[in-house]
Design a protein around this ligand. Structure first.
Ligand code: GLV
Ligand code: MN
Ligand code: MN
Length: 412
């Protein structure tokens, strides 16, 4: 039987979920474990329960909904996240979760019960924008961080993660690390320009680049902007700005896939006529090559020391996230590519620039991802958009990839 998902139903759910935490300009703000996140979770859990799925919440708030197969055993799992950055769109993460739900609903509508069970999950705090590191829920699911350590993480607004989980009602009973799936496949928007530029519809994702996040604090002397001669200043703002310039230079010098971002900067006292006495900034470095990423970190560290010493400011650093590059399972990459071809879509193999839950699940089981194009390569922005046709194409590829994994011995 040639099963196909119901695109109208999937699009309407994306729309409905997108209304929760709406920023009024097409975007969403559902920071992890906020009230808006709770509201989004409740809606998706209702949809899961309405479908008759077995819905379980684990100790870090990941939600896994399962549909049994003809045989007992671990499920073929799909999913993603429904938390967003504060300037998020409607597709990042949400697509993978709702397309997974759509796949399970399509199977149920047509009374198709594959050999293996299937599950759709949404993982807690993938974005890391409120509680670092990113991919936290899937990291804990995969055994990469103890639950107790995760509970003690503190958000950018000073809240403790364990308290927030309990407050929104998602401190579940299922232990972590979680059940090892038979395989994991995540549909996601590309969040970059490559597929669109090449008129391709499906990305067979080969892996995820390595990521290094750190927070840097410079301490200088806040003082009068008019009366303090330049030679007497210990300007934390200048030090922060110099780090941003150095990050760009390092990325340029290393070339290739190296990217570097200073995306968050807080100055104190943050006033027009006061030299900044304190600067807190973040540095995000990423590369597909592990050794080049280490070199970028080394150069960044040297530059931070040099800048601090030149400006006579104190410096403190804190690592917020550090993950090596991940390669997805060749058999799943090949299966995504083959399925996309069979559906008549132009397809490209490409690495992911963004972090994803699939990179953590890859520690547990054969894993892979399916990308669909992002209009203009824009993401983490309310203007994030993927066309209905591309959403439908991606969800149908997900359906067939999951069905193949659930029926056949592709992985044995
Ligand atoms: C998180 O998803 C990131 O890539 O920053
Ligand atoms: Mn995402
Ligand atoms: Mn994201």
């Amino acid at each position: 039987m040639n099963l196909r998902i119901d695109a109208a139903r999937l699009l309407s759910r994306l729309e409905e979920l997108g209304r929760i935490g709406s920023t009024g300009d097409g975007g969403c703000a559902r920071l992890a474990l906020s009230d808006e996140d709770r509201e989004g979770r409740d809606l998706v859990v209702t949809w899961m329960r309405d479908l008759g799925l077995d819905v379980q919440v684990d100790a870090i708030g990941n939600v896994v909904a399962r549909r049994e197969g003809r045989e007992p055993g671990p499920p073929v799992m799909c999913g993603s996240h429904i938390d967003t950055v504060a300037t998020g769109g409607r597709y990042d993460g949400n697509l993978g979760v709702l397309a997974g739900l759509e796949v399970l609903e399509t199977l149920a509508t047509h009374d198709v019960v594959p050999r293996r069970a299937m599950a759709v999950a949404f993982f807690t705090d993938e974005e890391g924008a409120r509680f670092a590191p990113d991919m936290l829920g899937s990291l804990v699911y995969a055994g990469g961080m103890a639950v107790e350590e995760a509970y003690d993480l503190v958000s950018i607004d000073g809240a403790r993660l364990g308290d927030e989980l309990a407050r929104i009602g998602y401190l579940g009973g299922l232990p972590c690390p979680g059940l090892v799936p038979h395989a994991y496949v995540e549909l996601h928007i590309e969040q970059g320009p490559v597929l669109e530029r090449h008129d391709e519809v499906i990305g067979a994702v080969t892996g995820v680049q390595g990521i290094s996040w750190q927070e840097v604090r410079f301490g200088g002397q806040f003082n009068h902007a008019g009366t303090t001669p330049m030679a007497y200043r210990r300007d934390a703002g200048l030090a922060a700005a110099s780090v941003a310039v150095a990050a760009r230079s390092i990325a340029r010098e290393l070339g290739g896939h190296q990217v570097a971002t200073v995306g968050k900067l807080d100055l104190h006292p943050d006033l027009v006529n006061v030299v900044a006495g304190q600067a807190i900034l973040t540095v995000d470095l990423r590369n597909t090559e592990g050794d080049v990423l280490v070199e970028a970190e080394r150069r960044m560290s040297r530059e931070i020391d040099r800048i601090a010493s030149e400006e006579q400011v104190t410096v403190e650093r804190r690592q917020l996230a550090r993950f090596d590059p991940v390669r997805f399972d060749d058999r799943i990459v090949g299966l995504v590519e083959k399925t996309a071809h069979a559906h008549g879509h132009p397809v490209r193999r490409l690495p992911s620039g963004a972090g994803h839950d699939a990179q953590m699940l890859a520690r547990l089981c054969p894993s892979g991802m399916i990308f669909v194009p992002s209009a203009g390569g824009i993401s983490h922005n309310p203007a994030e958009h993927t066309s209905p046709e591309h959403i439908e194409a991606g969800a149908n590829v997900l359906l067939d990839v999951l069905l193949t994994l659930a029926e056949e011995d592709v992985l044995t």
